[in-house]
Design a binder for this molecule. Structure first.
Ligand SMILES: *Cc1c(COP(=O)(O)O)cnc(C)c1O
Length: 422
């Protein structure tokens, strides 16, 4: 989409929706309303909208629990004993993995810790962890507590990647250069595939290669990447990854998260926390004291899965499979570009965009800085029927999620922003 020439007319937004092959998918979601009208929902990067199929699937599990109780493990319509296995296929397609490399379990920060238990194995020479300076706080706390657990001071052991003076986002060459320079002291590189604050999509392949060249383990936090951008974790050779499922994956508040462990780490004697659901299913119910790990990412599972909590993920992943992540990505590139174009044309100079303008360096998000008094911007937006996210001190994050945000929504948002900024 050419930023300079895109029409700013409302009629153009409507015609883009008319030509949009994904327009019909909006009806497969509950869109929140205000005064009886659907809001412009731009916080799918924080909590995705509810797929309409969720309720029926939860009802099914409630009924099977009521009617069959323990027998639903074997006789339920979707037997609970193997329930988690159905997530392997769809998750592997989303992140570009083999089905045996992914597992749906726990929540994101929990998974980061479980994976760091296996993949952060510091030695006296190699003990540092690299994260982004503007990493999501939970990631900072997680790596900080891990280095302390192993007896290293945070100030020394956690390297925080900063953008260049006067810039908002990281340059891949700078990240690789730091890894090359300090690589021998770095045990783990663990950054966000898409940064939550700036929306920057990192070059995961190049950074993974740079880390491996120096002998570092490379793991990815995909909280803002899963369901947002296509990935090839297996081919890129990432060691591990974790993500949450309530943002772009639309699976509800605190939804069951995901994890990836590259197959070269299966069947190794890497230490891990173990639980019975990580044991080989062939002997899981023999109730033996010795742990026999599964030959897959499932080996990192601890507990039997919370069926009711996993059900929304089932509904949501079915939609991702139906549409396909590449098709979603195509629309995301267009609608994010459309939003950028409207903002530049109508608000240039008053609103700064922190997110890279190169589509290859971003997903479905723009992070905006509105200059001047921004107190109350979020509430003002909401009073006009727009739900957007505001981060201290002055960043507005907006996500035109391709499955349910229309081009007209994008137009309405920019129109309301014009009104507020004027
Ligand atoms: C959303 C997000 C989290 C949240 O962690 P939970 O364990 O799901 O509460 C952590 N890290 C990043 C990068 C996030 O974007």
């Amino acid at each position: 989409m050419n930023t300079a020439t895109t029409s700013i007319d409302e009629a153009h937004a409507i015609s883009l929706d008319e030509q949009d092959p994904l327009a019909g998918y909006r009806d497969r979601f509950h869109i929140p309303t205000k005064n009886g009208k659907p809001v412009v929902y731009l916080t799918g990067n924080s909590l995705g909208c509810q797929p309409r199929a969720v309720r029926g699937l939860i009802d099914q599990e409630l009924e099977d629990w009521a009617d069959l109780a323990v027998n639903a493990h074997f006789e339920g319509r979707d037997p609970w004993k193997d329930y988690h296995e159905q997530f392997r296929g769809p998750l592997s397609r989303l992140v570009g993995a083999k089905p045996t490399e992914v597992v749906a379990m726990n929540s994101l920060t929990v998974n980061l810790h479980i994976l760091m238990t296996s993949f952060y194995r510091p030695t006296a020479e190699r003990y540092k962890i690299v994260i982004e300076d503007n990493a999501f706080p939970s990631d900072s706390y997680a790596v900080g507590s891990q280095v302390e657990l192993h007896g290293y001071p945070i100030d020394d052991a956690v390297i925080r990647l900063k953008p260049r003076e006067g810039e908002h986002t990281l340059r891949t060459e700078d990240v690789c250069e730091l890894i090359e320079r300090e690589g021998q002291s770095i045990a783990l590189v663990m950054i966000g595939g898409v940064n939550y604050l700036t929306g920057q999509l990192m070059d995961m392949q190049r950074i993974t290669e740079a880390g491996h060249k120096q002998g570092c383990v490379v793991g990815w936090d995909l909280a803002h990447a899963a369901g947002n951008v296509p990935m090839k974790l297996h081919d890129w050779g990432a060691d591990f990854a974790a993500w949450c499922s309530y943002k772009y994956l639309n699976s509800g508040p605190g939804a069951i998260a995901g994890a990836f462990v590259h197959e070269r780490h299966h069947d190794t004697d890497r230490p891990r926390f173990a639980g019975w659901w990580g044991n080989d299913p062939a002997t899981r119910f023999k109730m033996q004291p010795d742990f026999v790990p599964e030959h897959s990412a499932d080996a990192w599972q601890l507990s039997n899965p919370p069926i009711l909590a996993m059900t929304p993920l089932k509904a949501s992943l079915a939609l991702f499979d139906e549409i396909g992540i590449d098709t979603l990505r195509e629309k995301a590139v267009r609608s994010t570009g459309y939003m950028e174009s409207l903002i530049k044309q109508r608000l240039g100079g008053k609103v700064e965009i922190l997110t890279p303008s190169d589509p290859n360096q971003r997903g479905s998000q723009l992070s905006l800085v509105v200059h001047g008094d921004v107190s109350g911007v979020r509430d003002l937006l909401e009073s006009k029927g727009v739900i957007a996210d505001f981060r201290e001190p002055n960043v507005i994050r907006v996500a035109p999620v391709p499955s349910y945000v229309s081009y007209h929504d994008v137009w309405r948002f920019v129109d309301v922003l014009c009104e507020l900024v004027r």
